[in-house]
Design a protein around this ligand. Sequence first.
Ligand code: HEM
Length: 526
Amino acid sequence: MDFSTFNAYLFCFIILAITTLLYLLKTITKNSHHQQGSLRLPPGPPRVPIFGNLLQLGPLPHRDLASFCRKYGPLVYLRLGSVDAITTDDPEIIREILLKQDDIFASRPKTVAAIHLAYGCGDVALAPLGSHWKRMRRICMEHLLSTKRLESFANHRVDEANHLVRDVWKRINVSKLVNLREVLGAFSMNNVTRMLLGKQYFGAGSAGPEEAMEFMNITHELFWLLGLIYLGDYLPIWRWIDPFGCEKRMRDVEKRVDEFHKKIIEEHRKVRKDQDGNEKGEMDFVDILLSLPGEDGKEHMDDVEIKALIQDMIAAATDTSAVTNEWAMAEVIKHPHVLRKVQEEIDEVVGPHRMVTESDLPHLTYLRCVIRETFRMHPAGPFLIPHESTGPTTINGYHIPGGTRVFINTHGLGRNHRIWDNVEEFRPERHLALAAGSGAGGRVEISHGADFKILPFSAGKRKCPGAPLGVAFVVTALARLFHCFDWGPPNEGIDTEEVYGMTMPKARPLVAVATPRLAAHMYHSV
Ligand code: HEM
């Protein structure tokens, strides 16, 4: 090492030491301030200087936070580096946060990943509460997710349900073992890209295997980065060092995703130009966005707003439904008596001579209980997307500082011993009482309901605006797969190990043995 390099190292070390000291002082001052007088924070695990509770989080943080709730009570305070945080797995506290104090808790933290990967939090899902979020959410609700728009996409959904059956049928003519992650991922992705971009990514009318694979890979990497607990969000000095190159990776994905979206917008603009003002028969979401006026009297929306929305809708809609379907299939195949009951019900409602249609879905009571049970044990994400408080408040007499990050542990909620018995047992029957007591003509609702004991789509201002569509993707895919095929585990059995992320998939892709159960002509005619 030469002298100048040594000096440079020394300089960095001194700066780091001074910053750490200043930071430590700030943390101590802030902590003692919170503990003063009436400012009593909720209980929580002991914290160490600088890191707070960060070092107590392992690779499955939802399980760590659930264990804190078991030890310290339903509302737990954590200090994550420089950030105040609370966590809960309790229905009453969740109701307090999402409904009673919705106005205070409906914002989002501006994380480094959200800034890089959601166009500076310019989307819906990761945008802080405010007029921009309101406007973007309204655009999605009116132009993509309204009942009328969803009805207009019904034919696409039928095509994709048929394509799903054909896909499995073709695969089992080659090998009885079917990789359900691939099949279900393509089903969700195709449904979404058809609505958004007007094209299928996997299958006969597809965008081509290379584009599809590139698209899938970027989407997966994006999810991974968004789900990461990045230390730079909690210890700002970490960002200087970034020892694992996370931010570099974020910038790289940001660039690749942006190229992709640029191309999509250019293609759509070109088609519009070629049509020279003549209305296109069917407009996809990008066409609609290109036709909408912008903010403050602008003739059009900004490209960056359009890209943020495309990105959001793809991210929010594909992985959530694919992950849920994979877990449901895994649990049902693991429990053959559940599979038999699901199939008996579908045979009774649909019979062997036609395919399941969307109008059958409300009548598949037991299957809907299977899906509720899947959401209890394996919610699409282990936490809701983190919320953030916009000002100080109190919950159960405890002080919650402004800017507190809120981790609502949906995984912990579904396995909370205080509200569920035999939490590790997959038992759809526990939801059947809902059908009997339901005001919806016996239909089992796949939502949180009044008791907040499951929370698949959240509640309040930030609740999932795509819930009806998400339910349609999930019930349709499962009903078709259970109706058309018998399923069994592979030789090595089926594991239910999960991996943490923004969504929480099985650690290993689900592979299962499929056998047709309808007459051969049924598969040829879809
Ligand atoms: C089974 C499928 C789905 C599940 C389980 C699911 C679940 C969720 C959950 C738990 C949230 C977080 C709510 C919160 O933070 O409080 C959310 C937010 C969101 N979801 Fe979904 N979702 C699904 C499908 C969809 C679909 C199909 C779309 C749209 C096409 C969609 C769009 C969104 C958006 C835009 C948000 C952010 C809302 C906001 O922050 O204002 N989701 N979803």
